[in-house]
Unconditional design. Structure first.
Length: 173
């Protein structure tokens, strides 16, 4: 068995029974330990393996790199309302100035400010860079002379997946 630290760099991609990832954002991956447990439970099919192995006193097994579930898990109909999914919906772009940013450079902005009855929901939250969010403050768009690039709305799972494909993996994680 190789060193544990190096084994941590061997996650397994988890596919649904139709061979599509269970989730894209975050990408559905399991630790090597969880992957091995699933193999022994018989709940997965090994699709691909690393060249690395782990062993016990009685056997040696190749580490799986891709696993497919034997039973299909239906996809969620509506995506979770999370900061990351809002940024993904908005293409990691400020909805006021249009500039693209990394997730840690963006903020949530309530289009209708909370202080004026605005809700924290898909229809009232947009990604905003810090300077634009500061400029808007707790004002309505008309009061500060700002305009949205796109009206906020709830995306579908498919839309988030399509948006995610536009960015390199190291940009998303």
């Amino acid at each position: 068995m190789q060193g544990l630290a190096s084994l941590e760099q061997c996650p397994a991609l988890i596919l649904n029974a139709d061979y599509r990832p269970l989730s894209y954002f975050p990408l559905s991956i399991w630790s090597w330990q969880d992957a091995i447990k699933a193999i022994f439970r018989g709940s997965v099919v090994v699709v691909s393996e690393y060249d690395r192995t782990v062993s016990s006193p009685s056997q040696e097994i190749k580490l799986p790199s891709v696993l497919a579930l034997k039973e299909y898990i239906p996809a969620a109909r509506n995506p979770a309302f999370t900061r990351f999914n809002v940024f993904l919906r908005d293409g990691f772009s400020c909805q006021y100035c249009g500039e693209e940013h990394k997730a840690n450079e963006l903020t949530f902005d309530h289009v209708m400010p909370r202080s004026r009855g605005g809700k924290t929901s898909w229809d009232n939250i947009v990604a905003a860079c810090k300077p634009c969010n500061l400029r808007k403050g707790s004002k309505r768009l008309k009061e500060c002379g700002m305009h949205l690039k796109r009206e906020p709305r709830q995306p579908s799972i498919f839309e988030l997946q399509e948006n995610g494909r536009k960015f390199p993996p190291n940009f998303l994680h």
